[in-house]
Design a protein around this ligand. Sequence first.
Ligand code: 6PG
Length: 246
Amino acid sequence: MLTGLDNIHVLADLEGLARAVAERVIELARHNIEATGRFSIALAGGGTPRHLYTLLASAEFRGLTDWNRWQVFFGDERCVAPDHADSNYRMARETLLDHVPIPAEQIHPMVYDPSAPQEAAAAYEARLYRHVDRENDMPVLDLVLLGLGHDGHTASLFPETDILDVRDRLVAAVHVEKLQSWRISMTYPLLDHARHICFMVAGENKQRVIRDLHDGRRDPLYPVERLSPQGTVEWFLDELAMGDLR
Ligand code: 6PG
């Protein structure tokens, strides 16, 4: 269980948050490429990471890593076509992936056919087994970037959905009633085994969930609290999300 908030970095604003995470991503990429020749990362969706991806693709950061060694995955995806305005893949492609020389076969969108969510989830699990180094037959991602919803969801692990109980699959499809839409998401077993997790949380509307996580008195637990990370976790927050907790 993810108890409390440890390893927190509070940045003045979204720009500062993006810069701090970009520096960590480059550092982790360098470390893993030196150690294994590869760097596997799961990108987060939503709005907060946009600035990070744009910064990583900028002249200031683009030259700081060997993109040829990257394997890019997604922590979750909306069940829409890859070119749909709501697609996390499209957002990452427009802000980062179209601007850096990662070989196309090393970029792994989650959804190709939005009409078949279960099949997309099963195909993605097979893709992870094929392209990610394993420990005890579990694919171990070097870095997972995660956002946090004001309801305590992360990736597409939303409250009161059946994906929260999935323990026998690494990726699953989930119908999110309150969004009236299907999502594909990495599940707890896979996320828990990541070597490193960076949470990125910005904005005043996250103050309540951050305070609750800090106090650790939630019942029922937020979905994010049901993570049991085996690796290291860092929280990158802006001052708005931190509120008066400082
Ligand atoms: C998505 C994300 C989702 C997101 C949170 C926070 O597909 O929307 O994976 O989990 O990270 O909803 O979103 P913001 O960072 O935009 O607040």
